[in-house]
Design a binder for this molecule. Structure first.
Ligand code: GLU
Length: 487
């Protein structure tokens, strides 16, 4: 578009959760602007009052803030082209529609609902409006207006020829004008239609690039004809590919709940980190030149370009997202990980205090979603019921016979340990193995089984004993010994 600054807008309708498709649109709008030193604007499209959902606006603000998509203009921060909430702009639209009427490019339509319904019935779906009021004599229009007859304002679509629009991703698309209805611009209640308000807002807010889902592709010719009617410059259109999910039988269909969480908050609830979600979603339809995968938002700004957007449908792959999430989890410092994990620790441990740092050090390399934590640590809260058979392990050379005496020595030694910490426990257990000429595993295995009651645990005997603390660790070791002796 014009020589001026790039300006993009995210224009969500507050109708519910932040779907991953919407979030991707927001990310791309942001990246299109920021990769070119432009401005990113937030506009709330709330004119479809029936679809509004309470609390949805708050979700939009919160999500953008959480993922770091800060906007340069918006409802809560203002800007030179406000208001940024469509319902506060209502009186701006009618004059533009009237301008088109004056110029002979739009007209008042007084057709009643009944007539329109009859029309639909007789012509079938897709028959469209028959343009009955398109050429009403001026005096007749005046008379009806003066009599207060309800009306809508419709645009006069060209009756012949075709309209071509260009999309940066999908290329040139042409439709026959005869297929286009004389679209309503202003409804009977004086409200603009969604399509009309969207164009007026984009123009008056000086938007240069419009990024939206490909479900809007079929509306683009109508938008173009509006821009042309006003003689306004058409923004660059960037329609994004559909987001699909993989079905159990291997086929794909539009991403929906049966594939998994489809909203940003749903994903966060399932233990994904916002930065992993942003990184993954940014690659859903955009491919960097060098096939690199890990990007912070800042790095995306530096690397993004519109020509990397693909038009083929992208598949939302939850296992790939989980891989990203694991990478992000591991890239945290121990303190950061502990802070992220703490709500999950508390969920299981309640008020009980453990050595969170050691706990985090064994979990961080293993966790790929934060929600896995409670299951992984439940044995710290309560020793599960377990069978003495767990003490038997071929590789560690442990048997039901030798495990008891080993546990006895472990208990005796640990009871006298002066400092209950990782190093102390480690040195004692390794020293014991050496002294008795046993494999390390022959000592570690029974100690870990008794401490955890589980065959597979995050971390080994040393860490688990250290985390449990002296009293609980010794209690469990003795319970294990009892199990072996009772046989
Ligand atoms: N308000 C529309 C939506 O939430 C946005 C369409 C557009 O970006 O033009 O889907």
């Amino acid at each position: 578009m014009s020589s001026g600054k790039v300006r993009t807008r995210f224009a969500p309708s507050p109708t519910g959760f932040m779907h991953v498709g919407n979030l991707r649109t927001a990310i791309y709008e942001y990246l299109v602007a920021k990769s070119q030193g432009g401005d990113f604007i937030l506009r709330l499209e709330d004119t479809d009052r029936e679809r509004l959902v309470e609390g949805a606006e708050a979700v939009i603000y919160k999500t953008l803030q959480t993922v770091g998509l800060s906007y340069d203009e918006g409802p809560d921060i203002g800007g030179p082209y406000g208001p940024y909430i469509q319902s506060q702009r209502l009186d701006m639209y009618l004059p533009y529609a009237k301008q088109l009427v004056e110029e002979g490019k739009a007209y008042y339509c007084f057709c009643t609902k009944e007539r329109l319904e009859q029309l639909k019935e007789s012509s079938g779906e897709g028959g469209g409006y028959d343009r009955h009021c398109r050429e009403l004599p001026r005096e007749e229009v005046e008379r009806l207006l003066n009599a207060g007859t309800p009306y809508v304002i419709r645009q006069k679509m060209p009756l012949e020829g075709s309209t071509t629009f260009h999309d940066a991703v999908f290329g040139d698309i042409t439709v026959e004008n005869s297929e286009l209805d004389d679209q309503i611009l202003i409804k009977t209640d004086g409200y603009p239609t969604y399509n009309f308000a969207n164009v007026i807002d984009d123009h008056t807010m000086h938007i240069t690039h419009v990024v939206r889902g490909s479900e809007y592709l079929s509306s683009a010719p109508k938008y173009n004809l509006l821009y042309e009617a006003f003689g306004w410059e058409i923004p660059t259109y960037i329609h994004l590919p559909l987001i699909m999910g993989k079905n159990e039988d291997g086929s794909i269909s539009k991403l929906s709940k049966r594939h998994g969480a489809t909203s940003f908050e749903g994903l966060v609830q399932e233990g994904y980190l916002p930065e992993a979600v942003v990184n993954y979603i940014a690659l859903l339809g955009w491919c960097p030149k060098d096939n690199r995968e890990m990007f912070s938002l800042k790095e995306l700004e530096e690397n993004f370009s519109i020509d990397g957007i693909s038009k083929s449908p992208s598949i939302f792959d939850y296992s790939k997202l989980e891989w990203f999430n694991g990478e992000y989890i591991r890239s945290k410092t121990l303190e950061e990980f502990t802070a992220l994990a703490m709500p999950y620790y508390k969920e299981v441990m309640g008020d009980k205090e453990l050595d969170w740092t050691i706990l985090s050090s064994i979990l961080q390399p293993r966790v790929t979603r934060l929600t896995q934590i409670p299951e992984m640590i439940r044995f710290f809260q309560e020793l599960p019921e377990y069978d003495a058979g767990l003490f038997v392990n071929k590789k560690s050379k442990t048997t039901l016979e030798n495990s008891g005496p080993v546990l006895q020595m472990v208990i005796d030694g640990l009871e006298g340990l002066s400092q209950w910490n990782r190093e102390g426990i480690h040195d004692f257990l390794i020293g014991l193995a050496q002294e008795k000429e046993l494999k390390n595993g022959t000592v570690m295995w029974p100690a870990r089984i008794a401490a955890s009651g589980m065959a597979v645990t995050p971390g080994g005997a040393v860490e688990i004993l250290a985390i449990l603390g002296r009293a609980e660790a010794l209690r469990r070791l003795k319970l294990g010994l009892g199990k072996l002796q009772r046989r």
